[in-house]
Ligand binder design. Sequence first.
Ligand code: GLU
Length: 511
Amino acid sequence: MNQVRVRFAPSPTGPLHIGGLRTALFNYLFARKHDGKFILRIEDTDQARFVSGAEDYINEALEWCGILPDEGVGIGGEHGPYRQSERQAIYAGYAENLIETGKAYYAFDTPGELEEIRRSFEEKKETFTYDAVTRKDLRNSLNLSETETGDLLEDGTPYVIRFKFEREETITMKDLVRGEVKVDSNTLDDKILFKSDGMPTYHLANVVDDHLMGITHVIRGEEWLPSLPLHVSLYKAFGWKKSMPEFAHLPLILKPDGKGKLSKRDGDKGGFPVFPLAWTDPGSGQVSSGYREAGYFPETCLNILAFLGWNPGTEKELFTLRELVDHFDISRIGKAGAKFDPEKAKWFNHQYLQRKPAAEIAGLFQNDLEKRGIEADIGLVRKIVELVRERADFVSELWEHSAFFFMAPEDYDEKVVRKRWKEQTPGIMKELVAILASVDPFTSTNIEMTVKSEAEAREWGMGAVMNPWRLLMVGTLKGPSLSEMAEIIGKKEVISRIERGIGNIETRLSK
Ligand code: GLU
């Protein structure tokens, strides 16, 4: 096999959907697996759909996930430029070449004329397509004489160039995911290759560029499968059949219930992002949420994406990018649509929150604390992270599981007070203060052993000590191990919380 060269070829028409990022990932994995090159090409020939900021968004999303191109926009390479708008001069010659060889033709029908024909078809309850049958009655260079066509072109009459599909042909295509696919040419319309604004359409530019850039495998979303007959026919028409890339169309990404394609609306409704990064629409100012801003790790995002249509064939679920490269195999991509599961997405994040180095999570949590006006020593934050992270899916949830480390409770859970605060409790808590004061050094093991043996000696049930003590430390019965918590909070603060708490609760009860 020649050196593998694959490309990710997004159109900058808005933020990259996670489906687009999955296409990028699968191309990247395939390139890495085969020691090939991963190319980023920006397909911006459709000026009407161009959205400013979309290209930067694509770059930022790829960078965030670590799916870095080897060649392309922003990097360079031997096959540049890689932005199609900068390659404009290349395409016209290829379109004209097809006209010369009789594989394409000029069509002069105005939008108004086509609209009228479309309407007349609708009246007959038929759908108009510009194809091998209808083109006989339309204004194109197949019906006009050479002189008429020449005059129209010379006069600057607007035209498009259309591909000429022959009738009664079976177009056979090979797809690495679907196997052999056959299409009857009678069902195809003569797609526009070149537009009156002097720009190629996606189809022409895409095929010409894949050829010129030496692309060996085209891996893209299933929505492009209907274009494959045209693309394969274009390769043949240009005489490039031998060097035609292989194709793999990735399955659709479906809504969580499996009913239809996943859309931005599903994300809004279900409260989960469908974009890797948040995006503010430059026109409406509307903001769409992103995985990054919602607190997902890039590692999580990669795992979510990898499992959308692919599986390793084993029970293993957590993969680093490196491991994905090692395990990736195009033959393990399924044809069936892949349901997006937002709960599984959270599960992946939970797993990474547990597995990432505590120091890294502590750094992130420290930033969160700073925003809350709390300055805490990183060593301390790290200990807290180790104690509470198993309860959280996101860094942003660490606060709710650990706020009591940083602040004494302002209030005490009413129900717990009623149930657990007995007549003898204030006495026990006062004695607990004395017991804790004697613990030295104030380590969790020492605290635990001392409190336990002293409680036994006094014949207190453990519940009679631990529940009110926790209530005074946290305000509720939640939280991790009391002795570990006490060590982190420190002797002075622990004692002050108990003493203040006894007073507060007693005053409240006496009212
Ligand atoms: N520009 C197309 C897109 O936006 C690329 C399709 C392809 O990969 O051929 O998805």
